[in-house]
Structure formats: structure tokens, C-alpha cells
Design a protein around this ligand. Structure first.
Ligand code: 5AD
Ligand code: SF4
Length: 445
């Protein structure tokens, strides 16, 4: 039997890419590839790219420059390294990638990952780079998944694309229009995951709460609240999460589910981006600051211990100091357990890209102030958990011997001494300490 080939995948960006990388690794396993942790000596290197951050494409080109050296070394040893670029930069750049870096054998967009083995075979056969950035008719999700036992927490992509067209964002261009997978397919994939030991599923989508999937009987469509209720009926599925959401797609049923479905975890990532109505309008967010705050109030009425997370952009073109202060005021009122904040940077092709920028020093200074406030809120939330007993899903061994790492219902990492055999179990843990990004616990008696 031939020795397995080594596949190295580097994943950038969001959890959707983590899911896609997993599916690509599974697809390539069928072609005799096993994953390896480093690119050195790999038979295939795949960069699964993200386009949301600044200079995303440039970073991919410089990474490819580094990989070129490894590929040269491999060739000098009489062997070949296949190099592929996947994900949103592949989608956005297409053939340009091969023009700028002829090393690249495969360019595959996020909609075509299931075709990777066939593309790799064609690349090996020769005849130049193989490029597929189509939005194909066949269903990439339909590819069979191997039956190995899995980690206790898994991602499940239910929705892709975005129709919102926020003025700063590339997603509607790179990931295309919103598509919802049918409920029956999502439920079948979830049951299959649970049968293989998964107890927590995070439903993924660029705009996941806009999911409107065909109902199993073909009659009409379900919303995400209904889907979550059905998932909660699966025996053995103990935790459900979803990310990421737009405020305008939080419907009544989904809000109610937060109060009614025990398995739905009390954590919500609901980006607002800005607290200024003028800026929100310029961003094409299509909601006001007070509408967002009222929405949070309604969700907290359903689930009082909800831990709120969000995304913020400071220094959007035209943002004044007073408008930035409105963002600070919204943060004080909403109170975040966790958040991501970014300085605006233009993405070519988006409506905001041509607008005059805020002074960069001014924007950096605002970002610092916002991050100080968000950091203080996060620290307060972490601290508030000390003394509580929380159910923790044990996921993997920690760095020190005898240590395990798990997740609280609020998505906090929790470190404790526990037997590795407990992986996959949800255990009661006394929280005895808090750091900025993790908690320390002891197994409860
Ligand atoms: N500049 C800065 N941040 C951005 N994001 C998206 N596009 C931009 C941009 N052009 C942030 C938003 C989004 C998160 C995933 O990335 O806050 O919610
Ligand atoms: Fe981008 Fe999110 Fe706005 Fe969609 S809703 S355009 S993914 S920021």
C-alpha cells in the first residue's frame, strides 16, 4: 500500500472557513491524504483564505512566497508539492492568483470545495493550474462525511452568503447571495454528528439568523427558531449555538427560543458596528441604535443571563468624535461579555471604499478607548462568574499534565484538573478564578 500523502491546511478567518477546511480535509482523505500540522515537506498545501481583513490578498501572496521555498525544496528532493488557494480570496482574485504566483496549482472558491479531489487529480496530471470559482448547481454539502468519531463540539453550516450589503463589507460579493440549506439536510447532518459523539453543534452562516430553509415535508419554509427547536429534540444533542447574526433578522420565534429551549446556550453574537444613527445609516445597516438596544432588552427578557457579544467598526468614513461617543454610550448600555472591534479600512469594490477616511491617528485613538471599555466589561463578566458553579463541556487536554479545557455555557474557556476520559462530558464545575480570556475551575463535588 502506498504511504499516505501529507496535506497541510492553513485556515484564515471565520468559523465557516474552519468548517470548509474540515470538509476539504475529509474530501482529500478519500484521495489518500492525511492532515499534517506543518507545511514543511507536505505533498499538498492549501490556504483557506479570508477576505474580510485589510490587505487580505496581499497577505496570501506573501504566504505563497514563503511556501514557494518549501515547494522548491520538495522539488529539489525529486518530489512535488501541490499548492492550492481556497476560500474568499480565491473567489475574489480568481485567475489573478496564478498570474501573480505561478506556483499555485489550484484555485477553488468556497462553493466548490467538494470538487477538490478531482481538481487535485487534474493538477497532478498536468496541463496548468485548475481554477474553479463558480457557484455550481451541485451541492457541496452532499459529499459524504467519513464515520470517524469526532470532537464533542462541531460546526454545521446551514446558511451561506449575505444580502445585506453593509457599505463596508465584502461578504455579499465574495460569498454571494443568501442560500439556506433545507431543514431535512441540516437535521440529517446533525443526527449523524451526534451519532459520532458530538454533543454541541454551532450552526454557522454569514448571516445565520436569516436562515429560511425548506421544511422537511416541502411545505413552506422554517425559520432558525423552528430549526433550533427541532434540533433540540435530537437525543444526545445537549448544546446548540449559532453565529453570526444581523439584528434585523432576529424574529419573535428565535427570541422566544432563547427562553424556551434549554439546549440553546445563553450566548449571542449580535454585531451592531456603531452606536450612531447617522453612521448606521451611512453603513446601510438599516436599523437604529435604539432599535438594537430594544432588541437586546427583548432577548434578555427571554433569557436574563444571556452573554452578549458584538462587532464594532470605529472610524467609518465621516464618523465624528460625537458620533463615536454614541458608540461608547451604546456599549455602556448594552454591556458586552465579549466583543470584537476594528478600525475601519476600505475594501475595494465596496460602496464605502471611495469615501474620505477619518484621520488614522484619530481612528486609532478611538479604537483604544472602545477596546478599553469593552475590555473592562469583559473582565467584569469574567469576574462575575467566580463563585458560581457552571456546566462545562470538556473538550480537550490542556497544556499541563492532568489538565482539561472545556467551555462554559457562555463560551468561556474553562481550565481545570480532570481525567482525560471525561472528554465529551458536561460536568459541573466550581469557578475559582478568572483571567481576561479564560476561567479556572474545580470539578464540583
Ligand atoms: N473594515 C473594518 N472592519 C470590517 N469588518 C467587516 N468589514 C470591515 C471593514 N471594511 C468587521 C465587521 C464585521 C466583522 C466580521 O469584521 O465588524 O462584523
Ligand atoms: Fe457583511 Fe454582516 Fe453586513 Fe452581511 S450583515 S454585509 S456579512 S457585515
Amino acid at each position: 500500500m502506498a504511504a499516505p500523502k501529507k496535506l497541510y491546511i492553513k485556515t484564515y478567518g471565520c468559523q465557516m472557513n474552519v468548517y470548509d477546511s474540515e470538509r476539504m480535509a475529509e474530501a482529500m482523505a478519500g484521495a489518500g491524504y492525511v492532515e499534517t500540522a506543518t507545511p514543511e515537506g507536505a505533498d499538498m498545501v492549501l490556504l483557506n483564505t479570508c477576505h474580510i481583513r485589510e490587505k487580505a490578498a496581499e497577505k496570501v501572496y506573501s504566504e505563497l512566497g514563503r511556501i514557494r521555498k518549501l515547494a522548491d525544496a520538495k522539488r529539489a528532493a525529486g518530489d512535488r508539492m501541490l499548492v492550492g488557494v481556497a476560500g474568499c480570496v480565491a473567489q475574489a482574485e480568481g485567475e489573478e492568483i496564478v498570474r501573480r504566483q505561478p506556483l499555485v496549482d489550484i484555485v477553488v472558491g468556497p462553493q466548490a470545495f467538494h470538487r477538490l479531489p478531482e481538481m487535485a487529480a487534474r493538477a497532478v496530471a498536468g496541463g496548468g493550474a485548475v481554477i474553479d470559482t463558480d457557484f455550481p448547481e451541485d451541492d457541496k454539502f452532499a459529499a459524504p462525511r467519513p464515520k470517524a468519531r469526532r470532537a464533542p463540539a462541531a460546526f454545521l453550516t446551514v446558511q451561506e452568503g449575505c444580502d445585506k450589503f453593509c457599505a463596508f463589507c465584502v461578504v455579499p460579493y465574495t460569498r454571494g447571495a443568501e442560500i439556506s440549506r433545507p431543514a431535512a439536510k441540516v437535521l440529517a447532518e446533525a443526527r449523524d454528528l451526534v451519532a459520532r459523539g458530538v454533543v454541541e453543534i454551532t450552526l454557522l452562516g454569514q448571516n445565520v439568523n436569516a436562515w429560511r430553509g425548506e421544511a422537511p415535508d416541502g411545505a413552506g419554509r422554517w425559520g432558525l427558531g423552528r430549526l433550533i427547536r427541532e434540533l433540540a429534540e435530537i437525543d444526545g444533542l445537549k448544546r446548540i449555538r449559532y453565529t453570526t447574526s444581523h439584528p434585523n433578522d432576529m424574529d419573535e420565534d428565535l427570541i422566544a427560543a432563547h427562553g424556551e429551549v434549554d439546549a440553546l446556550m445563553p450566548y449571542l453574537h449580535l454585531p451592531v458596528q456603531s452606536g450612531s444613527d447617522r453612521v448606521l445609516k451611512a453603513m446601510n445597516r438599516r436599523h437604529t441604535a435604539s432599535a438594537y438596544l430594544q432588541l437586546i432588552e427583548r432577548i434578555r427578557a427571554a433569557r436574563p443571563d444571556l452573554a452578549l457579544s458584538g462587532d464594532f467598526i470605529v472610524g467609518f468614513p465621516g464618523e465624528t468624535e460625537a458620533e463615536f461617543e454614541e458608540t461608547m454610550a451604546l456599549v455602556r448600555e448594552a454591556n458586552y461579555a465579549q466583543a470584537y472591534s476594528f478600525k475601519y479600512s476600505p475594501r475595494p469594490g465596496t460602496p464605502a471604499a471611495d469615501l474620505p477616511m477619518v484621520d488614522p491617528d484619530e481612528a486609532s485613538e478611538r479604537l483604544q478607548r472602545l477596546q478599553a471599555l469593552l475590555g473592562a466589561q469583559q473582565a467584569a463578566f469574567q469576574e462575575s462568574c467566580v463563585g458560581r458553579t457552571l456546566p462545562v463541556l470538556l473538550e480537550k487536554p490542556g497544556r499541563r499534565a492532568g489538565q482539561m479545557i472545556g467551555r462554559s455555557p457562555y463560551l468561556q474557556a474553562v481550565h481545570m484538573h480532570a481525567d482525560a476520559n471525561l472528554a465529551g462530558r458536561i460536568v459541573e464545575v466550581d469557578i475559582v478564578g478568572a483571567g481576561p480570556n479564560s476561567l479556572k475551575g474545580r470539578l464540583a463535588a
